[in-house]
Design a protein around this ligand. Structure first.
Ligand SMILES: [Ca+2]
Ligand SMILES: [Ca+2]
Length: 510
């Protein structure tokens, strides 16, 4: 730990020296910052960690895109309609949508990214899907009519990683019922949409599943043609949003709070539907196309603190905020058809996704450490966000607080890309072990990456992950003929000191 802290302090101190000499003309204070060229009409945004990087994904137009250091990367081809929701489940990326084709081939409602293309899940679901929600190790998918395993089922289906099954909603008397919102409250699954009855019980579009049984939630949230769109838990209470009126007959619109018995209004609600709600920075945020929340004028985004509404200061003139998520650094991302921001003097078509943040770089992919064998190559892959208002990114890296530079090291490994987001170390030796850390700069400041611990095991000569007799033979045979692979200490020569370096590692069983 002491080494980590020393490393932090040294890099930070070096960064301050460099930064202090810059003339700061960039816009660096916290503000809405736009992702460039985010296609048209962003309806879904989510974070997903594919095991290598943790990235922002959007559904824009009829396709899905991933944000990278080089801009937006399209995942595969187009669907024949919009993605509705993006969900990370069990290490894979899933999307729902009102689509029936992908790249000209039949694919209904739900698709999983396999790294190359989008594919149907478990033989497909045979219908449109709206919300998808990972709960208790399973993926719940809400929609209207599904066909799974050759059988039609309505409303809500479950993927357990191997098979589809019905979640057991009874829409016998809601034959056109749909599920458009899923969530969790007090450990129970909550389900919303547009369905008047569950079985013979008038539930008015909201149910909770307790002990395996779906029950009404208070008096429900119903409006003919409307639907419940989103759930969130705030101050230990369940909130719901969508298009509805009359929570318990109160003149309240589009957002409500469940007090444990009944739905309660939020100071009159909003003047048009609320597409999504989530908790951020101690407040409940609601997005949509509305221009008032309670009596407060807003532009598509409003904040509720438990007592009253306030304006979070979104200034995009279209005020069409379709979706939100929490970004890689805990910041808020908003997507939609936002339109130009008069404060930002920007152009209309670029503004589909924005984040609220300071101007300094935000690191959204952290470098991974690891254990490597003698002679291995490793990459310290990372990514950061900057925007045009805060200047271009530059990078420095250090190992044990010593700056990395490109070229062959004094122990015969080689460093490539020491001033990029992803330095590559070739032909690693034991001396390349240590605490690595990057620092990303722009004109507003710098941000440190996490520290990545790298250990190069000198005695794993045959690179099978363990030090054992196989390494002994491999090393001795190479040493005997002065093969450079036996240069364990990396001094460029195969001699007696390599014997000691090999056996030191061998004894430590690295
Ligand atoms: Ca080995
Ligand atoms: Ca040597």
């Amino acid at each position: 730990l002491a080494r980590v802290l020393r490393s932090h302090a040294a890099v930070a101190a070096a960064a301050l020296v460099v930064f202090g000499s810059l003339r700061v003309i960039a816009q660096c204070e916290a503000a809405w910052r736009v992702f460039p060229n985010a296609g048209n009409f962003c309806r879904a945004v989510a974070m997903h960690d594919d095991g290598l990087t943790n990235d922002v994904y959007i559904g824009s137009g009829y396709a899905v895109y991933r944000w990278t250091s080089a801009g937006w990367e399209k995942l595969g081809a187009d669907f024949n309609s919009f993605p509705n929701d993006i969900v990370s489940f069990d290490g894979s990326l899933y999307i729902t949508g009102s689509f029936s084709e992908y790249d000209g081939q039949p694919l209904w409602g739900l698709a999983r990214w396999n790294g190359v293309s989008w594919e149907a899940v478990g033989g497909g679901i045979g219908g449109y899907a709206y919300d998808a929600f990972a709960f208790e190790g399973k993926l719940y998918v809400g929609g209207g009519s599904f066909t799974i395993n050759g059988t039609e089922t309505r409303g809500l289906i479950v993927w357990d990683g191997a098979d589809w099954s019905s979640a057991g909603l009874d829409f016998t008397f809601s034959p056109t019922g749909i599920v458009t919102a899923l969530g969790e409250f007090n450990g129970d699954l909550v389900v919303g949409g547009n369905f008047y009855y569950h079985g013979l019980t008038p539930v008015k579009s909201t149910v909770v599943r307790r002990n395996g049984v779906f029950e009404p939630l208070g008096g429900g949230l119903y409006y003919p043609g409307g639907t419940v769109r989103s759930f969130a838990t705030y101050n230990n209470q369940l909130y719901a949003s969508g298009q509805f009126e009359a929570a318990q007959g109160a003149p309240d619109k589009h957002i409500a709070r469940f007090d444990g018995t009944n739905w309660q209004p939020l100071d009159g609600g909003t003047n048009t539907p609320v597409f999504k709600i989530l908790v951020h920075d101690g407040k409940l945020l609601a997005c949509g196309q509305f221009t008032t929340a309670g009596t407060v004028p807003v532009l598509g985004l409003a904040a509720w603190d438990g007592d009253e509404w306030s304006d979070p200061g979104l200034t995009f003139i279209n005020h069409d905020v379709q979706t939100m998520c929490i970004g890689p650094s805990g910041e808020l991302l908003v997507g939609g058809e936002l339109g130009a921001d008069p404060k930002n003097d920007g152009n209309y078509q670029n503004f589909q996704l924005a984040r609220f943040a300071e101007g300094k770089p935000e690191i959204y992919t952290q470098p991974n450490g690891g254990t490597y064998c003698n002679g291995a190559n490793f990459l310290l892959f990372s990514q950061a966000f900057t925007d045009v208002a805060s200047g271009e990114l530059t990078w420095d890296w250090s190992r044990d607080a010593i700056p990395l530079e490109d070229g062959v090291t004094d122990h015969y490994s080689e460093i490539i890309g020491a001033h990029t987001s992803a330095p590559l170390i070739l032909n690693a030796r034991a001396a390349d072990s240590g605490f690595y850390q990057g620092v990303a700069y722009n004109e507003c400041g710098f941000t440190l990456t996490y520290v990545a611990l790298v250990f190069v095991c000198a005695s794993d000569v045959n690179c099978d992950g363990v030090s054992d007799l196989g390494d002994f033979f491999e090393f001795f045979n190479a040493w005997d003929v002065s093969d450079i692979h036996a240069d364990i200490d990396g001094d460029g020569q195969v001699d007696l000191t390599d014997f000691f370096a090999f056996f030191n590692g061998f004894d430590a069983q690295c």
